[in-house]
Design a protein around this ligand. Structure first.
Ligand code: ADP
Ligand code: MG
Length: 207
């Protein structure tokens, strides 16, 4: 992954967030406060603007700049969580100019670790971790087949992980205040994480 692919990943993520903002907000209206789509759209638009104003020179710096914009501009719980995750992922890539599939896998591991350290959620708590953790495992299992194959596997695992949050009861975040009433709805943060991995699969797809 070079800097152009990484920037394309963030631009595509922002496009998918724009396209799905209403769905993300509707999911959050069911078990939260109905702002996840709006939060993520504001944050990713700010990230894309920052990447345009002073284009970073390495993929790691693209992710760090995205994380910084998300922390500054995205409200709610998701902003600091994603922001920390992107910054950790970017730092894990150091200043490499072309990250291998294994290096991208290590960056995703760092993203997950950052999100879990900050949010203290484990798999099954009905959060973004339920999409990201299986995606990271799937990516690492396929990294030997190259970036594109690993990203496709991760995207599928994240999408499946998001859907699998429907029957769970939330144990972290705002949705946990609902107790059993959080059961039966997809977690909005898991849904947005599935878009992040889908964007990666799309920009790395071999034509
Ligand atoms: P808020 O809940 O503050 O309104 P958002 O609506 O933007 O923030 O984001 C909600 C999402 O954040 C949830 O769907 C969940 O995936 C994620 N989330 C909340 N708390 C945590 C946590 N402690 N760890 C991981 N993810 C969390
Ligand atoms: Mg919310």
């Amino acid at each position: 992954m070079n800097v152009d692919t990484c920037r394309a990943w963030m631009l595509r993520f922002s496009e998918l967030i724009d396209a799905e903002a209403d769905r993300l907000t509707a999911l959050d209206a069911a078990i939260g406060d109905g702002d996840h789509g709006v939060n993520m759209r504001r944050g990713m638009r700010a990230a894309v603007a920052a990447l345009g104003e002073s284009p970073p020179e390495t993929p790691g710096r693209v992710l760090v700049a995205t994380g910084r914009a998300l922390v500054a501009k995205t409200g709610g719980a998701a902003g600091p969580l994603y922001g920390t995750g992107f910054r950790r992922a970017g730092k894990a890539l150091t200043d490499t100019e072309a990250a291998s599939a294994a290096e991208v896998g290590a960056a995703l591991v760092a993203m997950l670790a950052g999100i879990q350290e900050l949010g203290q959620a484990v798999e099954g708590d009905k959060t973004m971790v339920d999409a990201l953790a299986p995606a990271v495992s799937a990516f690492e299992a396929s990294a030997g087949d190259g970036l594109s194959a690993a990203a496709q596997a991760a995207a599928k695992a994240a999408a499946d992980g998001a859907v699998a949050t429907v029957p769970l009861q939330a144990r972290k975040g705002r949705a946990s205040y609902l107790g059993e009433r959080s059961i039966g709805h997809e977690d909005p943060g898991a849904a947005s994480t599935a878009l992040l991995l889908r964007a990666l699969a799309e920009v790395t797809a071999e034509s």
